[in-house]
Write a protein that binds this ligand. Structure first.
Ligand SMILES: C[S@@+](CC[C@H](N)C(=O)[O-])C[C@H]1O[C@@H](n2cnc3c(N)ncnc32)[C@H](O)[C@@H]1O
Length: 247
């Protein structure tokens, strides 16, 4: 299978190109990825609510997007602004040398767990297919090299440590280590794993324990485990606003 570009300039695998992913069809009313089409809510009934967060088109036509109920009928900009008020202290970074299909699904998990920012290292264009539009609610930055990413993180007003995630010799164990609160998780690609350049600039690496015969788990699965380890350590599950995180 080789990469081709769809009409949006997004690289997709050859087999996916037969069913081109139409950004326009979903935008900005991204549908649910699975299940019946008629999900979400129909047109707003009764007098429209007042406030900047409401999207007139959604109020008029209904909101079928894959968003938690709390954000029904909110504009994309209003949702992103609200998320900005309570983003978590961890960042997520992914090496992008081969347009790895996992990148999109990692971005989706980064949205679900509310990462501060997402960083793409290497090639600028990345395969958005698995992101299911979640990238629009995130701050996604591009860095040419892992060294550029490390420099960016270290220069933030509250510096962020860059930890590589890979099952490399000498890696710490996620299961027993204390995760830093201000941290960026850097994931490698299927096949090569973390590049040499990335390993050199990381402030450390850690691995996720495995017990079977496979050398590694899928990068996106590893990313979800790492992010959730941070959630277990630091997230405020009660949230000041009556548990907004539950949607
Ligand atoms: C398929 S793995 C790469 C290959 C792997 N280094 C190997 O020896 O075969 C792709 C990425 O998933 C993540 N990953 C997979 N399994 C992992 C594990 N057990 N611990 C930490 N990261 C893992 C890492 O970010 C890695 O760079």
């Amino acid at each position: 299978m080789h990469d081709v570009e769809d009409h949006e300039g997004t690289l997709v695998g050859m087999s996916e190109s037969r069913a081109p992913y139409d950004e326009q069809q979903r935008a900005p009313y991204d549908p649910m990825p699975h299940g019946p089409e008629e999900v979400g809510v129909g047109p707003w009934e009764g007098e429209w609510p007042a406030g900047d967060q409401w999207d007139p088109e959604l109020l008029r036509d209904g909101d079928r997007r894959n968003v938690v109920d709390r954000y029904r009928y909110w504009s994309l900009e209003a949702i992103r602004a609200d998320l900005d008020t309570r983003r978590h202290g961890f960042h997520v970074a992914i090496e992008n040398w081969q347009h790895d299909f996992n990148i999109g699904t990692i971005v989706r998990s980064a949205n679900a767990f509310l990462a501060a920012e997402v960083h793409i290292v290497g090639r600028k264009r990345w395969n958005r297919r698995g992101a299911m539009v979640t990238d629009r609610y995130q701050h996604v930055r591009h860095h040419e090299t892992a060294a550029d990413l490390a420099a960016y993180l270290h220069a933030l007003p509250e510096p962020v440590r860059l930890l590589g995630i890979d099952n490399l010799p000498g890696s710490a164990h996620l299961e027993t280590m204390e995760l830093p609160r201000r941290v960026c998780f850097l994931f490698g690609q299927e096949g090569p794993g973390l590049s040499e350049g990335a390993r050199e600039v990381c402030d450390g690496t850690f691995s996720i324990a495995q017990f079977g015969s496979t050398r590694s788990i899928n990068a996106s699965a590893a990313a979800a485990i790492a992010m959730h380890a941070w959630i277990r350590a630091y997230a405020d599950l009660e949230s000041a606003d009556g548990g907004v995180w539950r949607g």
